[in-house]
Design a protein around this ligand. Structure first.
Ligand code: SF4
Length: 397
């Protein structure tokens, strides 16, 4: 597909496409082309096979071509788009090198985490199973988010599994899942089979993250099987999703700094290659000119943590902390929050809060603190912390 002033490459990611307004980038997706306008925080889908003049008219109509005036910028809390699977540009999975996971059946996530929302397909599967002789009543399987009984086939509300006083109603005394024990792994809700893995569509691959901060047995589970060897199962679970979060090809690194996905990937690769103090590496990646130490100290001061003593951690705890930081950035925060700098700031804040709150420096205490931190909402996490200022300080100081 070529026309003067508008070149579309055949590769999955469109690196150069003249004729687009500055900042606007496009990706090829099965349904056609996905244009990302980072100023208006919108995705525009152009159907597949548009003739060049029609594509030009599409761009003009939507204010995406280089003659279009730049619209007023809109502040946005997230730069992640929820897209149907046929708008995911690349299906290949990308796993963080060295990532490992194997469930140790401690049952803690089934006791402590939110049990949903489950998908309509999960509801149908659970209702259709043969529960005769189990003493279970399918009419009580599902509740709304306030634990109120609902009819899952009638409601339009998000659907959750019912919780008893000890956790999920299907959790057995031996910490095994009764759905799994009776009908096999594939019968369980997708969220149960997925945990702690997460998927994020990116312009170059589907990134596999891990919510290790929410896994109470992370020190043991993260020594399990290499995640790369679990790709067949992960691909199967990816196929069961109706939609996943998409990180667009242009990302606001700070309120006034737009970077491409390729630039972000290079930063991420360099960060993951680092050993040692990962948070400091995050800080320096987004603040290359800073003198060692000074920027971080100022950030912590602004985060109102100055004057309080952080715990000195033992080596095993430091290693665990590093792994959790990686988990948070890779699996969650970096793609879910307002921008990369803010995520880096949060990481610094979370780590310092973790150190301060840990009763001692042992891996178990740190694990508990990280779990608590991961469960807190961003708003609660940032209570009395000016995160925007912290984020700005990271990049601009
Ligand atoms: S259905 Fe099974 S795996 Fe899922 S939360 Fe309940 S006990 Fe845990």
């Amino acid at each position: 597909m070529k026309q003067p002033g508008l070149q579309v490459q055949d590769a999955g990611v469109i690196q150069e496409m003249t004729g687009l307004r500055e900042g606007v980038r496009a990706m090829r997706v099965p349904r056609g082309l996905l244009f990302h306008d980072p100023i208006r925080w919108r995705l525009f889908s152009a159907p597949a096979g548009l003739a060049p003049e029609k594509l030009r008219a599409f761009l003009r109509q939507n204010g995406l071509d280089d003659a279009a005036p730049e619209p007023a910028r809109k502040p946005r809390l997230r730069q992640l788009f929820w897209v149907p699977m046929d708008q995911v540009p690349e299906r290949g999975l990308r796993t963080r090198p060295g990532a490992r996971f194997a469930c140790v059946c401690c049952g803690k996530s089934c006791r402590t985490l939110q049990l949903g929302p489950v998908l309509p397909a999960d509801v149908e599967r659970l209702l259709e199973l043969d529960w005769s002789g189990s003493g279970r009543d399918t009419g009580t399987f599902f509740v709304d988010e306030y634990d109120q009984p609902i009819d899952p086939r009638e409601t339009t509300l998000p659907i959750f599994l019912r919780r008893t006083s000890t956790g999920c109603e299907f959790l057995q005394d031996d910490n095994l899942c009764n759905v799994h024990a009776r009908f096999g792994m594939a019968a369980k809700p997708l969220m149960c089979r997925m945990f702690p893995h997460t998927f994020r569509a990116t312009p170059t691959a589907v990134s596999v993250g891990m919510r290790l901060g929410e896994c109470a047995s992370a020190p043991a589970t993260s020594l399990g099987l290499p995640v790369i060897e679990q790709h067949p199962e992960l691909e199967q679970m990816l196929a069961e999703h109706d939609a996943i979060g998409l990180v667009p090809p242009s990302i606001w690194a700070t309120p006034d700094r737009l970077i491409s996905w390729e630039e972000y990937e290079a930063i991420e690769t360099a960060l993951f290659a680092r050993s040692g103090d990962f948070v400091t590496a995050v800080f320096h990646a987004f603040n290359p000119g800073a003198q060692p130490g000074t920027g971080l100290e100022r950030i912590l001061e602004r985060a109102t943590l100055a004057g309080r003593q952080a715990q000195t951690l033992e080596p095993a705890a430091l290693e665990l902390e590093d792994r959790f930081c990686r988990g948070v950035v890779f699996g969650k925060d970096l793609f879910l929050h307002q921008d990369l700098a803010q995520a880096a700031a949060l990481l610094v804040i979370k780590r310092e809060l973790g150190r301060i709150e840990a009763a001692d420096g042992t891996p178990a205490a740190l694990n508990a603190v990280w779990k608590k931190a991961a469960e807190r909402s961003l708003r609660a996490m940032c209570h009395d912390v000016d995160v925007r200022a912290v984020a700005a300080a990271i990049v601009a100081s």
